[in-house]
Design a binder for this molecule. Structure first.
Ligand SMILES: Nc1ncnc2c1ncn2[C@@H]1O[C@H](COP(=O)(O)OP(=O)(O)O)[C@@H](O)[C@H]1O
Ligand SMILES: [Mg+2]
Length: 146
């Protein structure tokens, strides 16, 4: 597990871009954390790192946003996903392995995550602009990501 603190939204975006640099293009990145943790900020940075210039925002109503950069990115928000039928209807299972899957509110589909998913838990701190990232599945790349 890699543990990193960021001290601003910009630093969170930079972390996302660093992680983008080590991706092969078919990973699942499962984000965990409350509203306002920084899941979308992280995803924005990751997309920038993949040369995606579109505005990246929470796909709350669309459920999935698709971006085309160095790799396709499927950006999910699982906040409203209540059961297996809901998840199936998003096309989730068809996207797996065909691009980078980034998932907000992974808590809601935990049993359906790939076993080799990169898991990132984002925690708030007592300082308003500090966030703690706990990253599982990228220990190989610790030197690049830190
Ligand atoms: N270190 C930080 N990293 C990310 N966001 C931060 C940080 N510090 C403060 N923020 C603020 O927290 C909020 C994060 O929002 P967002 O990325 O949409 O969260 P989420 O998608 O998890 O709900 C933004 O208002 C951002 O300005
Ligand atoms: Mg969000």
């Amino acid at each position: 597990m890699i543990k990193i603190m960021t001290a601003s939204p910009r630093e969170t975006e930079e972390l996302g871009a660093k992680i983008a640099a080590v991706l092969k293009g078919n990973e699942m990145i499962a984000l965990f954390g409350d509203l306002g943790a920084g899941k979308t900020a992280f995803t924005r940075g990751l997309c920038k790192g993949l040369d995606i210039s579109d505005g990246v925002s929470s796909p709350t109503f669309a459920i999935v946003n698709v971006y085309n950069g160095r790799f396709p990115v499927y950006h999910f928000d699982m906040y409203r996903i209540a059961d297996a039928d809901d998840l199936f209807a998003t096309g989730y299972y068809d996207y797996i392995g065909n691009g980078v899957i980034v998932i907000e509110w992974s808590e809601n589909i935990e049993s359906e995550l790939e076993t080799d998913a990169i898991r990132i838990r984002i925690g708030k701190t007592e300082h308003e602009d500090h966030r703690v990232f706990e990253i599982e599945g990228l220990d190989h790349y610790a030197d690049i990501i830190r």
